[in-house]
Design a protein around this ligand. Structure first.
Ligand code: WTA
Length: 645
């Protein structure tokens, strides 16, 4: 099955914006004539002042810099809203579908959205936010999340959205790192019928770090603590806000947002994106990957707390004048048909989600899907993690009734938008392969040890050999870390952290992270982050965390924990430690398995042999390799003997 190739359906080849011949022609031009190619693509944005230099990039340590569309001036919020008012002011921009299907959906036209964003931008200004200031947004999937982000962009403030599933501690760390003086939140979120105590989480975070202002949107109406000196109700502030707000003139390279993401070491990094290149990149990829034309109903099921929500819920679709569904809930509430009921209710044509949700639904049986209509669907997308051929087949055959191409888009927080992806009218599909590079993207494989470029059908570490407009520009506050993390392993290239295979047709197959990052349900998690949360517990002396295969989540979290001498390693403590990690980071970091380890396998120089820990986590004991170089080989026998089943 996985060898099967699905040719481009005739109808798509005839009608899509990009067919196969056009893909090859444009891809070639994007490399041979970047000035001509990007000059044409940049026209999709309304510039206040045209750019003067397309690109100024060096990956050399000595004069390391990345810049695009230099000298260009624009406002990305005006591109997402104001310029649509004349032609489609009364067209729905966001159709909000609540967690509970009994609650009324809300539709905001481009005119509504514009009016709300202008007012909220004035609220920010009145509360002391100016150009360049950082604004922390901790909101659920409600239109106000997009409104808050766009309002920041309108006045040139830099938003830092923190996923509303993160703990108070994680939130505090992110507020502190970017030194924001304001948090925008809601009383509560709602997911699968369960309230999420957002305001209470903010209050807890603000015991560790101070801000001057908290703006609270009343969403569920729950009773929450309110500090009259520091807190402001969103609605009260809007009521007295002035309706007009001129968009600020921003330089192409002015910061647009910071989004924290996990890396192999240390604390999460503040990935910084700038304005001009990101605007062109998010808009262009959204148009071509989804073959998007205004009027079509588009739904990206990602949360705004992740990069997919930034590029494919907020900026890409709105710049392109899209009509989209924004969904507050979860795929299995009230039942496993929910996604497809929402598709039917709003006549969704283009649907974009993560494989983990599909795998979870696939397990529940086909009937939840087949009892819905889904005849509006034309195109399906996948993002965030490798999609296994079995889930791909189910998505294609059961959800899409073999009628809808699947765009399996590979990209990262760092890359801003889709980098390796099929185009529905151009690319024959191979289940499990992200396939071919987007225009302007030059992927390559290198030998992981030697760093030499590899040719032909082969496997290696995935690098990108030159810059693209939506590339991140720095790690906020730590430019050296930016260089060290991405450009030092393989000099001259951007290193993705992923491994990949390239087949004889030049298709890329992403095999997953080759650094110490794991991908749990499409969410990135640094093993180091989970380890440091564990060792903060007073009874833990050491911890090592690795990924393990997980049927639904893709990868699960396997934690080895060494407790202080004399501690009773019982089940109660195991549960307490699992809860501890949930509290320190958030539910997405919950360890799936926690094994007490009297000792960890270390080399004589003290380095933990993670390779062995991964094998034990995978339950692959036949393949532990050479353990004779360990300081104490017997610890491995102990771990194997005591592996929880
Ligand atoms: C993984 C999400 C295989 C990959 C947009 C990458 C994928 C990490 C795919 C980035 C895909 C994302 N196939 N793997 N289609 N898309 N990944 O920053 O390991 O949350 O490095 O961005 O997800 O995760 P991030």
């Amino acid at each position: 099955m996985s060898d099967e190739i699905f040719p481009v359906p005739d109808k798509w080849a005839e009608t899509a914006k990009i067919n196969e011949a056009e893909y090859h022609e444009r891809y070639a031009r994007s490399l041979t004539d970047p000035d001509g190619f990007w000059n044409a693509e940049s026209q999709r944005i309304d510039w206040i002042h045209p750019y003067e230099t397309l690109k100024d990039v060096s990956y050399d340590e000595a004069d390391f810099r990345i810049g695009w569309f230099l000298g260009g001036k624009l406002n990305i919020c005006a591109n997402a809203l104001d310029r649509h008012l004349e032609e489609r002011g009364d067209t729905p921009a966001i159709i909000w579908e609540p967690d509970d299907p009994e609650t009324q959906a809300r539709t905001l036209t481009y005119r509504d959205l514009h009016a709300r964003v202008c007012k909220f931008a004035n609220v920010l200004t009145v509360n002391g936010v100016g150009k360049g200031d950082r604004v922390t947004i901790y909101l659920p999937m409600i239109p106000e999340a997009a409104i808050a982000m766009l309002a920041c962009a309108r006045i040139g403030a830099v938003h830092s959205v923190v996923f509303a599933g993160f703990s108070p501690d994680a939130l505090a760390g992110r507020i502190e790192d970017c030194q924001s003086n304001i948090v925008i939140t809601a009383d509560e979120g709602l997911r699968g019928g369960k309230p999420v105590p957002l305001k209470a989480n903010v209050d807890a975070a603000l015991e560790k770090v101070e801000v001057g202002r908290v703006i609270v949107y009343r969403h569920t109406g729950a009773d929450v603590d309110f500090n009259p000196v520091r807190d402001v109700w969103w609605d009260d502030a809007i009521e007295v806000a002035a309706p007009l707000c001129e968009p600020e003139t921003m330089d192409a390279e002015d910061p647009l947002f910071i989004l924290y993401t996990s890396g192999s070491t240390g604390k999460p990094k503040g990935v910084l994106h700038t304005t001009g290149g990101y605007a062109v990149w998010a808009s262009m990829t959204h148009e071509y990957v989804f073959d998007y034309r205004p009027g079509q109903i588009y739904w990206c099921a990602a949360d705004v707390g992740w990069v997919t929500g930034h590029s494919y819920v907020v900026y890409g679709p709105l710049i392109n004048g899209a009509t989209q569904v924004m969904f507050e809930g979860v795929p299995n509430y009230p039942d496993h048909s929910r996604f497809w009921q929402v598709v039917d209710k709003h006549k969704v044509e283009i649907f974009y989600a993560a494989p983990t949700a599909l795998r979870a639904l696939m397990r529940e049986g086909d009937e939840w899907v087949t009892k819905t209509d889904r005849s509006s669907l034309r195109l399906l997308g996948s993002v965030g993690e490798p999609i296994n051929p079995e889930a791909w087949d189910w998505y294609h055959r059961v959800v899409g009734e073999r009628r809808c191409p699947i765009v399996d888009t590979w990209w990262q927080t760092e890359t801003g938008a889709a980098m390796i992806t099929p185009l529905p009218g151009a690319t024959a599909l191979k289940p499990g392969s992200a396939s071919k590079p987007m225009f302007g993207v030059q992927p390559a494989l290198v030998d992981p040890e030697k760093g030499t470029l590899l040719d032909g059908a082969t496997a290696g570490a995935l690098v990108i050999t030159d810059s693209w407009p939506g590339q991140m520009r720095t790690v906020y506050g730590d430019h050296d870390r930016f260089f060290q993390t991405y450009f030092s392993q393989y000099p001259g290239y951007y290193f993705t952290g992923d491994g990949a295979r390239r087949d004889e047709d030049g298709y890329y197959w992403i095999t997953g992270r080759i650094d110490d990052v794991i991908n749990v349900s499409g969410h990135r998690m640094g093993t180091a982050e989970v380890e440091s949360a564990l060792v903060e517990h007073p009874l833990v002396s050491e911890a090592a965390v690795v990924g393990m295969p997980h049927e639904v989540k893709g990868q699960g979290i396997y934690a080895y924990v060494t407790t202080n001498a004399g501690t009773d390693d019982n089940d109660e403590l195991r549960k307490e430690l699992v809860q501890w990690v949930r509290k320190e980071i958030g539910p997405i970091a919950t360890p799936d398995v926690l094994q007490f380890a009297p000792g960890l396998p270390k080399t004589r120089s003290g380095k933990i042999m993670r390779r062995i820990l991964r094998k034990i986590a995978e339950n692959d004991m036949s393949n532990l390799g050479d353990t004779s170089t360990l300081a104490d080989p017997s610890v491995v026998d102990d771990l194997v003997a005591n592996r929880p089943q």
